[in-house]
Every structure is written in structure tokens, then in C-alpha cells.
Design a protein around this ligand. Structure first.
Ligand SMILES: Cc1cc2nc3c(=O)[nH]c(=O)nc-3n(C[C@H](O)[C@H](O)[C@H](O)COP(=O)(O)OP(=O)(O)OC[C@H]3O[C@@H](n4cnc5c(N)ncnc54)[C@H](O)[C@@H]3O)c2cc1C
Length: 401
């Protein structure tokens, strides 16, 4: 096994890091100030300006493997780049590599028709519009997607879509022009995994109403946000169906793998940054006659954080490699493993960094409270820990005769 990044990857890592140093870190305050100024739900100028710069620098759409439309990187090559972007919550969008768009673009690339690609994938890849993935529903336990109750009913040359979704990330963004919507086309099918389909719903279709945004621990995540959305008798052409009726789970399997591993890659970057902040703080802060860094509990935590971050990085790289070599389906166990490991690791590391900062840690001055809120959601979003552990456990049992 060769643990060295390739020359191509190293070059891109240098370029993404240099871009972060030059354009992203110096603008962290500007981003916050722009969101706080006026209508929070309008796109920021800073991101739009930086998107143009990233495109110019050739640091654009780095996420899309096995497609001439992407940058030609494998998951393994993309992993360290995504990690670097993950150090700042809004940075991935600058490189057109942010959730939920990357997952949605993968769906359109892998399962969309040429017409879907022209209408939706092209403007998404150009960073002109954004998108939303609408699966989770307030009324049912959506960690078991067979419970999803929304309906997609055929009526002549249209489908009629009805349902209430929540945690539809990005729905509040005025640039969000398209939803990938999951619902039942065949609720009576004895095979519960063949009941669901995914369909494209334009944001401006009659009957789509964003009811409210849902804050996370009080953070609104503006201008991106997470919405509760009502779909009332929304009519879309038959051609908006993705892959075919009853094939929603097949798409979910394809979509959620990449989406999940990207979250984990970003979480490693977020944890690295928290550890850096922690080390910086404890070296300069004196308590009881010596720097906090010299309290053995601090050293223990720093050491443990380093071990945990590196463990996770290796697990993520292993999962990425398996996806590249054998496909997302075969890598399901490795993806489930990192989806449990990375958010738990990041929560722990960020929590230690918060503790080392004292009261400052829970303020907005160091970005740690917000980082914790983000990492904590990923123990739920894209499937709660327990569901992934169940899957890992079952696969492990299958190995034992
Ligand atoms: C910030 C954020 C962003 C999100 N973005 C999106 C998005 O863009 N699109 C979208 O569709 N959804 C999104 N989600 C929703 C997310 O994917 C769901 O919240 C998640 O799948 C869990 O579903 P649920 O909330 O219905 O929890 P439930 O299904 O009600 O589960 C509740 C709890 O029950 C327990 N549980 C469930 N199953 C098992 C089991 N088998 N064994 C043991 N315990 C179990 C777990 O502890 C779980 O947390 C987002 C969520 C958050 C917080």
C-alpha cells in the first residue's frame, strides 16, 4: 500500500491551500458581515466573486469522478482537496463542491437524460443555480426511507406530486431552482424498496411553497439554510422521472455514497482546524502559573485528537479507494463506517477545542460553536449513526458462518 498522495494530488492540494490562504480565510469576517447586513437570505457577493476566481484558477467541480464534465479526479484524489475546503463551512461552494449540489449533480450525471443534463446539470456545473434534495418528511421516521409517504401520481402526460418535506437543505436559497424529490409511485407494491421514485421538480412549479427555515442549534445557516417545503398538486411532465418508476432506492444508493464521503472529508478539515486553534490558544493562555498547554490533560487531548483525526483520514481514504476500484455499492460498509466515525471524531475534537478556549469557545469569536453545530448534525443527516452501525453490524455477521 502506498500512502503517499500522487504528484497530481499534491499539486492540487498546494493550489487549493494557496487559494484558501489568499482568498478564503481573509474573507471569513466579510462573509459573516455580508450575511448580517440586510436580507440574510440573499447570496453573498464574496462567494460570487470567489467563485469566478476559483473557476479561473481551474479549481472548479473537482468532485465529479468518472465524467468528462468533472475535473477528472478519482474519489481518492479528491479526498484531501475536499478536506482542505472543509476547513471553512462556506468554502466548498466557492469551488462548486458543496452539498447538496454535488450529490444532486452526481444523480443528474449518472441517472439523468440528456435533456435533464442540458436543463439542470449544465447550470449547476457552471455554478449559476443551486439545488435541493427533498427526501426527509416531518410526519414519518425518515431514517427508514421506505416510510416516506409523499406521492407521485401519474395523471395523463404529467405526474402530480404531493407531500411535506423538511430539512430540505438549500430550499431557502433564491438560487435554488430545482428539487430532486423522493416519493411513492407504487405504494401498494409488496416490495417496499420498489415503491419509491425520484423525480425532478422545478422550484418555480405551481404548488411548491417553502414554509419556513429550520435553524440548527439556533444557527440559520443563511443564505443556504434548511427548509420545510410543501408540495401541493405540483404537476411535472412525465419526462421529469429519474431512471424510471420504482427505482428511487437504486438512485439513493448511488447518490448517498458520494454525498456521505464528501461530508466526512470536510469534517476532517473542520477537526484539523479546531485542533490548530486549540494548540494556538493553549500555548498562549496561562492558568495556575503555566500555559494551559502544559497541563497534562491538555496534552492528552491534543494527542488523542491527532490520533483520532489521522485514523479517520485513513478510513476515509480507504473508503474512497474502494469506491474508485469497486463502485459505491461494494464500498457500502466502508462508507457506513466513515459516516459513523468522522462526525463522532469531529464532535469530540471540536468539543475539546471549545473546552480549551474556556468561555470563548462557546462564543462566536472562534468559530468553534458553529463548527460543533455543523459536525453534530452529521450524526443525523444522511442517516443517523445507529442506522449505519446496524448496517455495519449486519454485514459483519454475514461474514461469520
Ligand atoms: C442539518 C441537516 C440537514 C439535512 N439535510 C437534508 C436534506 O438536504 N435532504 C433531506 O431529505 N434530508 C436532510 N436531512 C434529514 C436527515 O437526513 C434526517 O434527519 C435523518 O435521515 C433522520 O431522519 P429523521 O429525522 O426522520 O429521524 P427518525 O427516523 O425519526 O429517527 C430518530 C432517531 O431514531 C433512532 N433510530 C432510527 N433508526 C434506528 C435503528 N435502525 N436503530 C436504532 N436507532 C434508530 C436514531 O437515533 C435516530 O436519530 C438533514 C438533517 C439535518 C439535521
Amino acid at each position: 500500500m502506498d500512502f503517499e498522495y500522487s504528484a497530481k494530488t499534491k499539486d492540487l492540494m498546494d493550489r487549493v491551500s494557496a487559494f484558501m490562504d489568499q482568498h478564503v480565510y481573509p474573507n471569513e469576517h466579510r462573509f459573516e458581515a455580508e450575511v448580517a447586513d440586510g436580507d440574510r437570505w440573499q447570496p453573498t457577493k464574496v462567494i460570487e466573486e470567489l467563485k469566478a476566481k476559483a473557476k479561473e484558477a481551474g479549481l472548479w467541480n473537482l468532485f465529479l469522478p468518472e465524467s468528462a464534465r468533472g475535473a477528472g479526479l478519482t474519489n481518492l484524489e479528491y479526498a484531501p482537496l475536499c478536506e482542505i475546503m472543509g476547513r471553512v463551512a462556506w468554502a466548498p461552494e466557492v469551488f462548486n463542491c458543496s452539498a447538496p449540489d454535488t450529490g444532486n449533480m452526481e444523480v443528474l450525471e449518472r441517472y439523468g437524460t440528456e435533456e435533464h443534463k442540458k436543463q439542470w446539470l449544465a447550470p449547476l456545473l457552471a455554478g449559476e443555480i443551486r439545488s435541493c434534495f427533498a427526501m426527509t418528511e416531518p410526519d414519518v421516521a425518515s431514517s427508514d426511507a421506505t416510510n416516506i409517504e409523499s406521492s407521485i401520481r401519474r395523471d395523463g402526460d404529467h405526474y402530480v406530486v404531493n407531500g411535506r418535506k423538511w430539512w430540505s437543505s438549500g430550499a431557502n436559497d433564491p438560487r435554488c431552482k430545482v428539487f430532486i424529490f423522493m416519493g411513492k409511485t407504487d405504494p401498494g407494491n409488496p416490495n417496499r424498496h420498489a415503491q419509491q421514485s425520484m423525480i425532478i421538480v422545478p422550484r418555480d412549479a405551481a404548488g411548491v411553497t417553502v414554509l419556513r427555515h429550520l435553524p440548527v442549534f439556533g444557527y440559520d445557516d443563511a443564505p443556504h439554510g434548511h427548509g420545510e417545503v410543501l408540495f401541493e398538486n405540483v404537476r411535472v411532465p412525465l419526462s421529469n422521472m429519474l431512471l424510471g418508476e420504482g427505482r428511487g432506492f437504486e438512485i439513493a444508493q448511488g447518490r448517498l455514497g458520494p454525498g456521505r464521503i464528501h461530508h466526512c472529508m470536510r469534517l476532517i478539515g473542520l477537526a484539523e482546524r479546531a485542533l490548530e486553534k486549540m494548540c494556538k490558544r493553549v500555548k498562549s493562555r496561562i492558568a495556575f502559573g503555566k500555559p494551559v498547554a502544559q497541563q497534562t490533560v491538555t496534552l492528552e487531548r491534543i494527542a488523542e485528537a491527532r490520533i483520532m483525526i489521522d485514523q479517520c483520514r485513513f478510513l476515509v481514504l480507504n473508503a474512497a479507494d474502494k469506491m474508485d476500484r469497486y463502485g459505491n455499492k461494494v464500498a457500502a460498509k466502508e462508507i457506513a463506517m466513515i459516516k459513523v466515525a468522522a462526525p463522532n471524531m469531529a464532535c469530540k475534537v471540536i468539543d475539546w477545542a471549545i473546552q480549551a478556549h474556556g468561555g470563548g469557545g462557546v462564543s462566536n469569536d472562534f468559530g468553534l460553536a458553529y463548527a460543533y453545530a455543523g459536525a453534530r448534525t452529521l450524526r443525523l443527516a444522511d442517516g443517523p449513526d445507529e442506522v449505519h452501525r446496524n448496517q455495519i453490524g449486519k454485514l459483519e455477521l454475514q461474514r461469520t458462518q
